[in-house]
Design a protein around this ligand. Structure first.
Ligand code: E4P
Length: 220
């Protein structure tokens, strides 16, 4: 299963690439705003980090766009900047159509803000390279999420769609594991979520115990 970092912070992205060989990046307007840099500056910096790799970087089109032709125009502009860029579009009627048109031009897309299996199915049949069912937001809203990802994965497998499933807005290690068990291809999460998931208090306790035994044992 692939891990994508959900961030536009170049220091976090460089760290995740060096230490975890992160498989890609997803950005959104919030991440770009948090980076404190202009949109074009930050996406170009991220492209530079991944230059020479085939790792995808999702870059979201202007969320005010509601005309598919405008979405396609902006998507083509973004895709021309870097071969790593994947055009991120909302799961609206215009977004689905824009995905379809971009796919006809071999431009990769990621359907975002997906909250139902029906939306995911539509993204797949319109030729999305990636689909991003959001689990964290649904769970915060009191909705069930494990069956949701199971269904999205089953739909993809039943029909042999080539779309990769990115389980998005994962908030903890259990959700990462559930996504893997469901057969999703990718999970995207912020750096603190991955860092927490890699930690376990027993690892620290065990290491302390082993250090004591080590210190009490002659080396030769
Ligand atoms: C995914 O592609 C989104 O960028 C992301 O998961 C959005 O959710 P969050 O910013 O609330 O984590």
């Amino acid at each position: 299963m692939k891990f994508f970092l959900d961030s536009a912070m170049t220091d976090q992205i460089s760290h995740a690439l060096e230490m975890w060989d992160i498989d890609g990046v997803t950005t959104n307007p919030r991440h770009v705003q948090v980076s404190g840099k202009p949109f074009m500056t930050v996406i170009n910096e991220i492209a530079e980090i991944f230059a020479g790799t085939d790792k995808p970087i999702s870059v979201e089109v202007n969320p005010h766009l509601d005309d598919w032709k405008e979405m396609v125009k902006e998507g083509k502009k973004l895709a021309a900047i870097s071969p790593n860029f994947v055009v991120k579009l909302p799961a609206s009627e215009a977004g689905f159509k824009a995905v379809y048109e971009l796919a006809a031009d071999d431009i990769k897309s990621n359907l975002t803000l997906v909250f139902s299996p029906a939306q995911a199915l539509m993204a797949m049949r319109m030729g999305a390279s990636f689909v991003s069912p959001f689990i964290g937001w649904k769970e915060s809203n009191g909705e069930e999420i494990t069956h949701f990802i199971d269904e999205v994965t089953m739909i993809r497998n039943n029909f042999g769609f080539e779309t990769e499933i990115i389980v998005a807005a994962a908030r903890n290690a259990r959700q990462i594991v559930n996504a893997a068990v469901s057969g999703a291809d990718i999970v995207t999460a912020g750096m603190p979520v991955f860092q927490d998931a890699l930690d376990h208090p027993y690892t620290d306790v065990g290491l302390g115990k082993f250090q004591s035994f080590w210190d009490e044992t002659p080396y030769e």
